[in-house]
Design a protein around this ligand. Sequence first.
Ligand code: SF4
Ligand code: FES
Length: 250
Amino acid sequence: MNFHLRIWKQEDRKAAGRFEEIEARDIPEDASFLEMLDIVNSRLIEQQKEPVAFESDCREGICGTCSMVINGTPQGPGRGAACQVYMRSFQEGETITVEPFRATSFPIIKDLVTNRKAYDRIIQAGGFITEHTGGAPDASTTLISKWDADHAMDAAACIGCGACAAACPNSSAMLFVGAKVTHLAALPQGQPERRERALKMVRAMDAEGFGNCSNYYACEAVCPANISASVIATLNREYVRAELSEAVQS
Ligand code: SF4
Ligand code: FES
């Protein structure tokens, strides 16, 4: 298959970016989007031209590293990560526009690569539990209902890719933070730090410059982990309860 690529090129955060036109010829229809970029880059290198910078790790849709915007949609067509997009989903001869995530809190490092450490810092603020070290306790010593286990696992599917903030007109990270807070609030292990976690993660999210949710649901539409926007309602409830509790105690 043959494609006409319009790819964003930008030397670094401060440099002016531009679209570059690149032909992608004789691409196998079973190639993934990243394999297509690998082929294009090999040819650019053979021609002693600068390859396109992009990130990847697992290439299995589970690490959230390959984030990019394909034809205006964070993570591209379908409901997986960008590495799960296959060239057969495009038309022969199609012009494909490829850009980095656009969010002030995800500054561009180079071309399609953005710095998404803001999400790591939000996790560091409170997205964890405290547990004793030593041997793993018998699973039957902590009873968890099927509903709670399923609810927690659904939220735990978030791969931290950042597509939610990139899709949101307000660059809101509330789907991501909501997923993490919902996951841990649903489990007994998450109870000791439950209130502190909601406060610290929401405050870290605000400090990183992410906006508020305005119910566009763009985040839910692009999320490769199918995280439901209902986690944002859970996050709001957790945060309000934690703030009230903090006010009563002070
Ligand atoms: S909520 Fe979805 S879109 Fe947002 S970081 Fe997690 S997996 Fe990515
Ligand atoms: S490279 Fe890991 S999700 Fe795409």
